[in-house]
Design a protein around this ligand. Structure first.
Ligand code: FAD
Length: 310
């Protein structure tokens, strides 16, 4: 059994494991795929003090850093069920897909999230080659260029407003007949000169040439007509889905499925903490996940020194 068991091996989990191990307590980390979303990322330019790195390189560095400590790394292990301790300070159990069970007095959940994809031809092929999901991350790569934002909810409209200040032109495409974002955001969006809003638009294909995006096709859902837009970038903003399906019913989740945490990373279960993209903490970023992971580990340590095994 562990004192601290981390579930998830992205920036939040890696950071939590390092902080826990540095307290000299037995620490394990189980992850379906060590590295998480970072493994799928190309250029990273906003990890403070590292002006430029690439996903796989950062994953290798995170893994090497974790390995500096006595951490039991269990890669390619998917957690399927959390059985909370019957008394605070007792052992929680985490069941894995392979049938095994892990026990720990404190658990840090950092299973991250995934961007909902459009599922159209070209999207996968041109991922990181013009198809992007994170305006904070990739916006500056499209300085002065033409981009589209897919999705007219709050995140899509926020992304369009954000990008309009960086890129040359933004086309916002919404599937429904009207935008879903808050009125104040819509008003701001409509005031911007370099933004065009297209509603009732179903994106049907990402087109490209020479290994780069050069446009997209969409169908006007009212007339059925097909249109082509020439552009260099596409930001897909149709939802970020937390990897928390396996926790439903066992722990408090928000209506979006995020693990509800307070400012000490505590969840609704004593001794169970959470960090990173899987939680209600706003702004899903590497540097934020790392900070939250370290905070969760410090809170777990604090919990352990205050609770004896019952
Ligand atoms: P994740 O990175 O999602 O890691 C989750 C971990 O949990 C993984 O190890 C996963 O395998 C594991 N896991 C999931 N479910 C289970 C389970 N049931 N059992 C066991 N393990 C499980 N942010 C930036 O700051 N800068 C950028 O430039 C940037 N670019 C990005 C580009 C792309 C294409 C994407 C997708 C994201 C980008 N982000 C960027 C966002 C950033 O990657 C995330 O905010 C960050 O990785 C979140 O870290 P995390 O540890 O919370 O979760």
């Amino acid at each position: 059994p562990f004192e601290v068991l981390v579930i998830g091996g992205g920036p939040a989990g890696a950071s939590a494991a390092i902080y826990a191990a540095r307290k000299g307590i037995s620490t394990g980390i189980a992850a379906e795929r060590f590295g998480g979303q970072v493994a799928d990322t190309m250029g990273i330019e906003n990890l403070i003090s590292v002006p430029y790195t690439e996903g796989p390189k950062l994953v290798a560095a995170m893994e090497q850093h974790v390995k500096e400590y006595d951490v039991d790394i269990m890669n390619m292990q998917r957690a399927e069920k959390l059985l909370p301790a019957s008394e605070a300070g007792g052992y929680h159990e985490v069941r894995l897909a392979n049938g095994a069970s892990l026990r720990a007095r404190s658990v840090i959940l950092s299973t991250g999230a995934r961007w909902r994809q459009m599922g159209v031809p070209g999207e996968e092929e041109y991922r990181n080659k013009g198809v992007a999901y994170c305006p904070h991350c990739d916006g500056p790569l499209f300085k002065g260029k033409r981009v589209a934002v897919i999705g007219g909810g709050n995140s899509g409209v926020e992304a369009a407003i954000d990008l309009a200040g960086i890129v040359g032109h933004v086309t916002l495409l919404e599937f429904a007949s009207e935008l879903k974002a808050d009125e104040v955001l819509q008003k701001k969006l409509r005031s911007l000169k370099n933004v065009e809003i297209v509603t009732s638009a179903q994106t049907t294909e990402v087109t490209g040439e020479g290994g780069k995006v050069n446009g997209l096709n969409y169908k006007d859902r009212d007339s059925g007509e097909e249109h082509h837009v020439s552009l260099e970038g596409i930001f897909v903003q149709i939802g970020l889905v937390p990897n928390t399906e396996w926790l439903k019913g066992d722990i408090e989740l928000s209506k979006h499925g995020e693990i509800v945490v307070n400012e000490r990373s505590e969840t609704s279960i004593p001794g169970v903490f959470a960090a990173g993209d899987a939680t209600t903490v706003p702004y899903k970023q590497i540097v934020i996940s790392m900070g939250e992971g370290s905070k969760a580990a410090l809170s777990a340590f604090d919990f352990l020194i205050r609770h004896e095994v019952p």
